[in-house]
Design a binder for this molecule. Structure first.
Ligand code: HEC
Length: 164
């Protein structure tokens, strides 16, 4: 067999090409796949965007509560106010679910129970607003706030006691 210098150069080029393709598929092609796989391994794709509780309450719960408080101050006389109540009660009720992915290591069960209670009363408030039932809305709004405050009692040194 006559393997001259040119033949070896040809092999060299092919091998270099294969190695480059493999490297680029590792760097570009396979990387997103590898990332997409990991959440399904843990069985849960839900994760906090903001894991600092102070910021979470300040930017998700506080503005919502303030708007709701204004809208709930007296019986709504127009559709726009009922719509505002529906929107903010739904945000807070769904927010209860978001609290469940933020359980502290200590007293996690109490945290979870209070989060579920906020979700339930928030949900009742949302349903009452859909029916424009102010009496039921008020009752559930107050019960929701009692549970907001209970959690602040237990997990925020009693600060942030919210009034209806
Ligand atoms: C499961 C526990 C829990 C529940 C339920 C909860 N909170 Fe909080 N909230 C906290 C904690 C903890 C803090 C204190 C965060 C910090 O400053 O470290 C807080 C702080 C706050 C603050 C103060 C934010 C600031 O910027 O100082 C407001 C306002 C607030 N929560 C509103 C609400 C409302 C409204 C609800 C009910 C709809 C609610 N929270 C339900 C745990 C909870």
């Amino acid at each position: 067999m006559n393997l001259n210098k040119n033949t070896w150069c040809g092999f060299g080029a092919i091998i270099t090409g294969v190695v480059a393709m493999a490297a680029s598929s590792l760097l570009i092609g396979d990387a997103p796949l590898a990332r997409a796989e990991s959440p399904s391994k843990t069985g849960n794709m839900t994760q906090p965007v903001e894991d600092n509780m102070h910021e979470f309450m300040e930017y998700v719960f506080q503005p919502t509560y303030k708007r709701l408080r204004t809208a709930m101050a007296s019986e709504p006389t127009d559709n726009a106010t009922w719509k505002a109540i529906k929107s903010d009660s739904l945000i807070l009720a769904e927010g209860g679910n978001l609290l469940l992915i933020r359980k502290p290591e200590k007293n996690a069960d109490a945290w979870a129970q209070l989060s579920v209670d906020v979700r339930e009363f928030g949900s009742n408030l949302y349903q009452a607003a859909r029916k424009k039932d102010y009496k039921s809305a008020q009752q559930n709004y107050k019960l929701m706030l009692t549970n907001c405050n209970s959690c602040h009692d237990k997990f925020a040194d009693g600060k942030h006691q919210l009034k209806p």
